[in-house]
Design a binder for this molecule. Structure first.
Ligand SMILES: [Zn+2]
Length: 67
């Protein structure tokens, strides 16, 4: 759908995006308090788990673009 709308599409590896902290980069399955909620065990950052996954995927896409 994005491609049809003229939005550039970048494929990223979704591995660990649901357990990586978007603030400090800590990767741990314990960051995932519940299925829906993310809380980093290192820096304390917390947010909705889907939002965290989306932030991490966006960061990976920017990385892939060399931004
Ligand atoms: Zn963190």
């Amino acid at each position: 759908k994005a491609a049809l709308a003229g939005v550039p599409v970048i494929y990223v590896d979704p591995k660990e995006t649901s357990k990586t902290c978007p603030r400090c980069g800590n990767v741990s399955r314990y960051n995932r308090k519940t299925h829906a909620w993310f809380k980093c065990i290192r820096c304390g950052y917390q947010s909705d788990a889907d939002r965290v996954g989306a932030l991490n995927i966006a960061a990976k896409a920017l990385d892939a673009l060399g931004a």
